[in-house]
Design a binder for this molecule. Sequence first.
Ligand SMILES: [Zn+2]
Length: 122
Amino acid sequence: MRQFNCERDLNFLSAEQRSKLTEYFRSNRREIKPTILRGMLGVSESESYQIILILTAHRLIRGKYLIYHLQHPDDSYASDRLIEDGLPPLPFYCSICCKNIDTYDELDFQISADITERVTFI
Ligand SMILES: [Zn+2]
């Protein structure tokens, strides 16, 4: 079990929010997203992304972009990619329609992360 001290990078989190985050990381849930953080902690949209990026930088989670081709209106994403690798280079090959996409205008990106450690937030 690793400890993460929120005082330096996530000091906007209250003691109650830290313990909720700890509870989530101790559960069997293995995925975390900005929307989950907003619902669970009541943090702002900006703060929810900040949490994902900081925990990714500390290697407590594996942050990634879910890459959507906007032509497919259902919720399935075409591919994913580690945040630290940046956006996918163009052309992007869509595994759903098997076409090369030449512009980011046809793509959408959501951030998600795999939980790789059980963490106590202090
Ligand atoms: Zn496609």
